[in-house]
Design a protein around this ligand. Structure first.
Ligand code: NOJ
Length: 519
């Protein structure tokens, strides 16, 4: 059970309106109470924040806004004392354009670090070297006037892509991993780890077709040559060897935005020698219904190599929160989605606020800070709506910062907050805590297998291990699942906890529960 923290928006200890490491330390008791096993912190290293930490200017130093190494070491020690492991974000695809490597690289064609980035001459008409588009829109190339070559950037032009064909660069990233592992870090979430290696010949991508998924159609091309290259697996195996050289082994969790389940499976390695966990984007992007979701889960169960362990998440700092996207702000459905996430075989990853059913916070244009929102508003408002500060209590400042301080992003409505849910035994927060605890002490739910159970239309039911089942009514209609006998362990309707059922289980619309069943 993993919990993602977006440090700038978690808790502000020094009342500058920005969350920080000390704020996380202050809330570590809460995390322990919730029962999570590990936290993943979005980037905490030095960054000019063109892309809020995902443009790293120094891989070896803590961003001053967020704290110091002393804070970091204290956070790791405090977390470890409570049995909570700490994962950081590893950003190997690109650096900031302010990183000393890039400053050197762009200074001349013969500079020491020139080959650490991807440079190419213009086409004969002066246009970019090939047709690749940036995942943030527009061409993936920017002409650098000093040396009259283009450099590649799969994201902002302030995020030049690194050249993973360069052996010295590979060594440099090994050193970064070792530095943080030696400092006590238990693992990394690896940013866009499927795109780090590009085609050595920089060939044009083929055009998208009507059969391609919508996101690919939007870009107008299939990312054949700038993503998912086979050589990425050599790099992942290399990192895994480093992670495995520690005792206990360190964890590698990849951001793997691929649509195909055979591609997803490959990131685990045929011999399970690559990532231990890989994020599943078709799942995040699926609609929350009893057809799309089970289909994805079945495919994961089919395609992942034996022994591989899935990861399940519904929200993160890039995607609309699941309380909004899956549940359309219907609290019943958000609770059912939480049961689903915590009831599948694999590692659930909650994003801060998921446990209280926090939805997206719509912002006005003037408040946007994400470069994508700033660039594309109103067609796309960017990712700020899912990055607003954590509401710890109701009222100004929301317990995130001092009431007199203006937080770096507006808080939004604080009616949904931790404090009031802590006081309400029927709240989503208490449901989350109870589910996590049940999962931990019940081997069926923790490590048991997944097997779909027969269920009427609109209902998704599956068995976990020998004696447990998870049943979710995704529909607007009440339903009856026949052929089941047992006892409710934890349900979205807490009044049903402990209720016995014999031969049939009745569910109200949008209701979900975990039950012990007769085999
Ligand atoms: C994925 C990260 O999650 C996102 O926030 C970032 O903008 C891009 N990678 C680029 O690093």
């Amino acid at each position: 059970m993993l919990y993602q923290i977006y440090p700038r928006s978690f808790a502000d200890s020094n009342t500058d309106g920005i969350g920080d490491l000390r704020g996380i330390i202050d809330r570590i008791d809460y995390l322990e109470w919730l029962g999570i096993d590990a936290i993943w912190l979005s980037p905490i290293t030095v960054s000019p924040n063109a892309d809020w930490g995902y443009d790293v200017a120094d891989f070896y130093a803590v961003q001053p806004d967020l704290g110091t190494f002393t804070d970091f070491d204290e956070l790791v020690a405090d977390a470890h004392q409570r049995g909570i492991r700490v994962l950081l974000d590893f950003v190997p695809n690109h650096t900031s354009d302010q990183h000393p490597w890039f400053i050197d690289a762009r200074s001349s064609k013969t500079s020491q670090f020139r080959d650490w980035y991807v440079w190419a001459d213009p086409s004969t008409d002066g246009s970019p070297p090939n047709n690749w588009v940036s995942s943030f829109g527009g061409p993936a190339w920017t002409l650098d006037s000093k040396t009259s070559q283009y450099y590649l950037h799969n994201h902002l032009s302030e995020q030049p892509d690194l050249n993973w064909w360069n052996g010295d660069l590979r060594d440099a990233f090994d050193d970064i991993l070792v530095f943080w592992f030696d400092r006590g870090v238990d693992g990394f979430r690896i940013d866009v780890c499927n795109v780090i290696i590009k085609d050595a010949e920089l060939r044009d991508n083929p055009p998208a077709t009507a059969d391609d998924p919508l996101d690919i159609q939007l870009f107008g091309q299939r990312p054949v040559y700038n993503a998912n290259r086979p050589e990425v697996h050599d790099v992942l195996r290399r990192w895994r060897r480093i992670a495995d050289s520690y005792d206990p082994p360190r964890l590698l969790l990849g951001e793997t935005p691929v649509d195909d389940f055979t591609d997803l499976a490959e990131f685990y390695g045929a011999d399970l020698d690559e990532l231990q966990l890989a994020f599943n984007f078709p799942f995040i992007n699926a609609t929350f219904d009893a057809v799309a979701m089970p289909k994805i889960v079945e495919q994961v169960e089919t395609f992942l190599p034996p022994g591989a362990w899935p990861a399940w998440t519904g929200s993160n700092h890039d995607m609309s929160r699941f309380a909004t996207r899956w549940a359309h702000d219907d609290p019943r459905q958000a609770r059912a989605a939480l049961i689903m996430l915590l009831g599948l075989r694999g590692t659930p990853v909650l994003y801060q606020g998921d446990e209280i059913g926090l939805g997206d916070t719509p912002l006005e244009q003037k408040d946007l800070r994400d470069p994508l929102g700033v660039r594309f508003f109103p067609a796309y408002a960017g990712r700020d709506a899912m990055r607003t500060p954590m509401p710890w209590r109701d009222g100004p400042g929301g317990g995130f910062t001092d009431p007199a301080v203006r937080p770096w992003l507006p808080l939004g409505d604080t009616e949904c907050n931790v404090e009031s849910q802590l006081a309400d035994p029927t709240s989503m927060l208490i449901l989350a805590r109870d589910l996590i605890s049940l999962r931990k002490r019940t081997p069926d739910l923790n490590i048991g297998s997944y097997a779909a159970l027969p269920a009427p239309e609109g209902v998704w039911a599956w068995r976990r291990g020998d004696r447990h089942a998870v049943i979710i009514n995704c529909s607007e209609r009440d339903a009856s699942v026949d052929g089941l006998s047992g006892c409710v362990r934890v349900g979205t309707d807490r009044a049903r906890d402990g209720e016995a059922f014999d031969g049939a289980l009745q569910l109200r619309s949008r209701e979900g529960l975990v039950a012990e069943i007769q085999p």
